[in-house]
Design a protein around this ligand. Structure first.
Ligand code: MIC
Ligand code: SF4
Length: 639
């Protein structure tokens, strides 16, 4: 029986386990990627492992999330990251060089290789046939130290692509259609693998948009074959020699198949407040719009920005709309200057932002009260924009451009003559803001720069015999890491300061949580389905750990967050009978005898109840938990 593309790459990188769905396996990681908001922690952890140099073929550290530099804190973190990169053999992409996933795609992604990144949208590189997985910073630190990455052997959902997109419809609509069908948890446990005759009709940047936002389905990753179009794109980036063909065997068997006829897809939009809340744009026509933002790792490619520039050329953004554009990389900026498209955007009234994440993570550009903001981004969780009552809609660049001009939600198909953007045959790439790693003989002398914002990691203690405490909070389904550990301009600068950032845990849900957790001496979090969806930020585990959270007991978890809880020694547990969730309330007193972690029973002491619980920890994870987390475990392995 033949292999799918993802199965082949997994096989070639397998170091432990057998390829049986749901079983724990470990794979070797060729490349790593970090960004500043998760990177400082990842490198503090890497340092704590005591190695002299990264063990990967390639490790890149990006500064793209937190570039407001409202005080010394960000700037200090940037210097820390630069010195770490020089010290340990890592390539640095400095602030202003672009959004990690876009820049990685342009300059580094390689078909057939593996990549682990401390950002949930790492699967972007899957658009080029790389097996790219998002994870917590600690898992990335372990990979940099040469350790394998553990995951559950995934099911492969083959997405069979046929047909061709119609004018005004693009990659974003394709992934919104997939989200319409799978919603924000339908991809869990799967790799989404695209195949079929329609693949060649999708441009490479469109493929990257699709694999990028595949994250929102909860999938482990998404992947496209590497074909002639990939080759042309890599040649245009001056990397033609790195191209190889990668595709599924002709007799590959997918665990499930989803049929996707591109010709039937129409312009779509994800309504507030979930990327899975998808409807056709035509149902929202006429909705007044206050802000339009183009950019983010989902839609900031040359193709995307040129599409917008071509549509608005010679026209004016509606006077009631504030429209912004954030290019994905400096290479794109250069190309847009060369073609004159930058001037077209300026003349149409766009606000030109820096090349970085910007408004996507609430770093400025928060909408006004109750405003409608239409964005080409990948997440519209409540409050993520920085304004709690803002209504954020996620759309394609085509819909964004049409909407910016009209001042209301608009269908790009009303615009005649939207031409497909031709990729440059050779990009004039800009590598000025990369800092290359130092050779080993020079790296040893580098002094690590540590500003006052960089606080040491807290200590982790082995798992006790029993855990006791109160239910500190009870939450519902689809709680995102943005709920647990918000980002934005005020909180993001605290990412390297755990004591300080922990004051904001559950800030938008229950601002009293941190104080209560400390006063009660820690306790338990109770929740529903898909707890911890969204970002890879390990602060959503690390900060609760600092506040004394002992276990999170829910109906189900999102993959990365579950792994982060284990990494920091918080037990991720589920109800044997999901209905038992209803028996537990905030303030209940809980007791959990841990023993050897089999037959776990939760005692609700004040109600005299006994509730059976489950875990799906692998043998390695049980050992990790016992030792108080991955850092302790890795240290003991290395010594
Ligand atoms: C996000 O889009 O939520 C982020 C910010 O990129 C996160 C990483 C982080 O929180 O630093 C992600 O997607 O993993
Ligand atoms: Fe940055 Fe937004 Fe992409 Fe996250 S989703 S990496 S914040 S652009």
């Amino acid at each position: 029986m033949g292999l799918t593309l993802a199965q082949r790459i997994l096989k070639e990188h397998l170091v432990e386990g057998t390829e049986k769905i749901g079983d724990s396996i470990a794979i070797r990681m060729d490349h790593t990627l970090t960004q500043d908001a998760t990177g400082t922690m990842a490198y503090l952890q890497f340092e704590a492992m005591g190695l002299d140099r990264v063990q990967t073929d390639l490790s890149v550290s990006f500064i793209d999330h937190n570039m407001l530099q409202t005080d010394f804190m960000n700037a200090d973190d940037h210097l820390y990251l630069q010195s770490i990169a020089q010290r340990y053999g890592i390539t640095l992409s400095k602030a202003g060089n672009g959004i990690c996933h876009q820049v990685f795609f342009e300059r580094f992604a390689r078909p057939g290789k593996t990549l682990i990144g401390s950002d949930s949208h790492t699967p972007t590189a899957g658009g080029m046939g790389q097996l790219a997985i998002g994870a917590g910073g600690l898992d990335v630190a372990v990979a940099m130290a040469g350790g394998p990455f553990e995951l559950k052997y995934p099911k492969i959902m083959g997405i069979k692509v046929t047909g061709k997109l119609t004018p005004g419809v693009s990659g974003k609509d394709v992934i919104l259609e997939v989200l319409r069908r799978l919603d924000v948890k339908g991809g869990r446990g799967y790799i989404l693998e695209y195949f079929g005759p329609g693949v060649s009709n999708l441009s490479v940047p469109d493929r990257a948009t699709i694999t990028n936002m595949g994250t929102e389905t909860g999938a482990t990753t998404s992947i496209f074959p590497s074909d002639e179009a990939t080759k042309a794109y890599m040649e245009a980036m001056g990397r033609g020699d790195q191209w190889i063909e990668m595709k599924a065997d002709s007799d590959a068997v997918y665990d499930e198949v989803l049929d996707l006829d591109l010709s039937k897809i129409e312009p779509l939009v994800a309504r507030p407040h979930s990327p899975g809340n998808v409807s056709p744009v035509r149902e929202l026509l006429g909705t007044r719009v206050n802000q339009v933002c183009v950019g983010s790792c989902t839609n900031s490619s040359y193709r995307d920005l040129m599409t917008v520039a071509n549509m608005v050329k010679g026209k004016k953004v509606h006077q009631d709309v504030s429209a912004t554009i954030s290019p994905g990389s400096r290479t794109i900026i250069k190309e847009m200057i060369r073609t004159g498209a930058y001037s077209d955007l300026v003349e149409a009234g766009f606000r030109i932002l820096e090349s970085g994440c910007g408004p996507c993570i609430g770093m400025g550009l928060a909408p006004s009260s109750g405003a409608v903001s239409v964005r080409t981004f990948n997440r519209n969780f409540e409050g993520r924009s920085g304004t709690k009552d803002a209504q954020v809609y996620l759309v394609s660049p085509e819909v964004a451009a049409a909407t910016a001009l009209k001042g209301e939600m608009a269908d790009p198909r009303e615009f005649k003559g939207i031409e497909p953007v031709r990729e440059p045959s050779r990009y004039s790439t800009d590598d000025n803001l990369f800092v290359a790693p130092l050779p080993p003989e020079e790296a040893g002398g580098v002094v690590i720069v540590r500003g006052p914002n960089i606080k040491p990691l807290p200590a982790f203690h082995p798992l006790p015999e029993k855990e006791e405490g109160e239910v500190l909070i009870k939450v519902g389904d689809n709680i995102t890491t943005d709920h647990i550990m918000p980002a934005g301009a005020k909180i993001l600068p605290l990412r390297s300061n755990i004591p300080k950032i922990s004051e904001f845990v559950f800030n938008s849900v229950d601002p009293g949580f941190p104080k209560r957790a400390i006063e009660k001496g820690g306790g338990f979090i109770i929740g529903g389905e898909n707890y911890g969806q969204g970002s890879s930020r390990e602060h959503a585990a690390l900060a609760p750990k600092y506040l004394g959270v002992k276990a999170v007991i829910v109906r189900s978890f999102a993959r990365i967050h579950r792994a982060n809880l284990v990494n920091f020694g918080i037990l991720p547990l589920t109800f044997k009978d999901p209905a038992d969730l209803d028996l537990i309330e905030m303030g209940d007193r809980l007791k959990l005898v841990i023993g050897d972690l089999s037959d776990l029973v939760l005692e609700v002491e004040n109600k005299g109840l006994k509730i059976p619980l489950l875990h799906d920890l692998s043998e390695r994870e049980i050992e990790v938990m016992k030792q108080g987390g991955t850092l302790n475990y890795t240290r003991s392995q290395l010594s």
